[in-house]
Every structure is written in C-alpha cells, then in structure tokens.
Ligand binder design. Structure first.
Ligand code: SF4
Length: 248
C-alpha cells in the first residue's frame, strides 16, 4: 500500500482508542485541506497489507472493546483493493476497522466497493458542502461530485456499515445555522448514521503549504472557535430534536 504515515494511538478518528493509517493520494484538492502532503504520489512508502496488519496487531491491547484501526488519507478509497486485503486480515484478528473518507473516488467500481464494505465496520465521511456548487468551488471537484458522494453513502448504508458524518465549519462560508442544518438534514437521511460531528477550521497547516511551495487558498481565513462549534451544536439540537442523539 502507498502509505503516508502511521499514528500508533489516538482517540480523535473513530470510536475508542485507535491507530490511524494515512494513505497517499487524493481525488480532490480542498481549499482548506490539512494534509496537502498526501496529495501527491511521490514520497510515499510502500508497505504490504500483511506488514501493516502485523504492526496494527501489536497495539491490540490498547484498543479495548471499541477501538481498532482507522484508515485515512489522502483518500483511502483510491487503494480500495489493498484496503480490502488489509481489512480482511484485521477482521480475522477481530480488530475493528474504519475508513475516514471524502466519499469521492470516481475510479472505484461498485464491485470493488462492495467487497471493501463487506469487511468494514464504520465509514466516517466528511460532507464538505451540501451541494455541488460548494464542491466545485472549494474542492476542485467535477460536476456531479456531491451526488456521487450521496450515492456512495447509500451503498455504505445498504452494506450495513455504521456511518459517522463530519463537517469542517468554515468561517464566512458554512458557519451559519442555515448551512449547517442543510448538511445535518442530508446526514440524517442515512438510517445508519451514528454520529454527526462539526470540526473547526484551523490554519495550523499553513507551514505545510509553505514548505511544499503551494498557495494555501484560505490562509487569511480566521480559525473557527470552539464557542462557535458549541453554538451551532446547540442550534441544531434545538431545531432537530429527533436528531439529537447523533450529536456528541
Ligand atoms: S479530501 Fe481530504 S485529503 Fe483530499 S484534499 Fe480534501 S481535505 Fe485534503
């Protein structure tokens, strides 16, 4: 597999204590991406699925009942076949498996996706915008990307995997309750939705862009505050009483 990096233990990317494997390569170029160093294929480390599974198994005592491995990126779906191999090995070891994805990977066939989902427990999907225009403007996505992502999530639901939806709140763009409600409404349409999370936009990644010599399109946008996130959660809870249990 084309690996960017491996985080031994963390608790921010899925349930419980987890290892996180970051894969190289992505199908989008989001204006606020925190990992621009995963966009390009040169510079990756090639590691076999079996080697990764053996490394993950060493951390098993820390995972407890709910933890396991989350595969993030970049875009993990680009390497769906290798990922299926890895997840099959982890499934035999009874280690929980999650994918953190944008849900957008045009080259992915339905057969390959279906095999991957059959060995996946949880899909964490970042819904970046609630319409195609946002994806085209801020993610360099082609026309129709949003509907492809919705269709991907329908496949995830049909395969019986749990779904978490995340949204990065962008000051001046999506940091208002009308916009967040439109994202939450789309998320609630999926019956296997278990969690809806708002993440604050941060400019911490500015140095990464500088060192890569890439323009950071949102370098002048202020960070989103935790107060703003809490305010938006409160407004969603007030406006969607039936969806409260999905919000942390
Ligand atoms: S999908 Fe994720 S990794 Fe890819 S550009 Fe967007 S934020 Fe970055």
């Amino acid at each position: 597999m084309k690996v960017h990096s491996f985080l031994s233990l963390g608790c921010a990317d899925g349930p419980g204590v987890r290892s996180v494997l970051f894969l190289q390569g992505c199908c989008l170029k989001c204006a606020y991406c925190h990992n621009p160093d995963t966009w390009f294929l040169p510079g990756f480390t090639e590691i076999s699925s079996r080697e990764i599974a053996e490394r993950v198994a060493k951390y098993r005592p820390y995972y407890g009942k709910t933890g396991g491995l989350t595969v993030s990126g970049g875009e993990p779906l680009i390497q769906a076949e290798e990922l299926t191999e890895l997840f099959s090995l982890l499934s035999e070891m009874k280690i929980h498996r999650a994918i953190d994805t944008s849900g957008f990977c045009p080259s992915l066939s339905s057969g390959v996706l279906s095999r991957l989902l059959s060995v996946t427990g949880l899909v964490i999907c970042d819904i970046k915008f609630s319409d195609d225009a946002g994806y085209q403007r801020y993610c360099n996505a082609p026309q129709g990307a949003f509907e492809r992502i919705m269709s991907f999530l329908s496949s995830v639901q049909d395969a019986g995997c749990d779904i978490w939806i995340r949204h990065v709140v962008l000051p001046g763009i999506t940091d208002n309750i009308e916009y967040i409600s439109s994202v939450f409404e789309r998320a609630l349409a999926f019956k296997s939705l278990k969690r809806f999370e708002l993440l604050p936009f941060r400019t911490l990644c500015r140095q990464k862009y500088e060192s890569l010599g890439i323009e950071f399109p949102m370098k002048d946008t202020p960070d989103c505050t935790q107060e703003k996130i809490q305010q938006l959660y409160g407004q969603i809870k007030a406006g969607f009483p039936a969806g409260r249990d999905k919000i942390p």
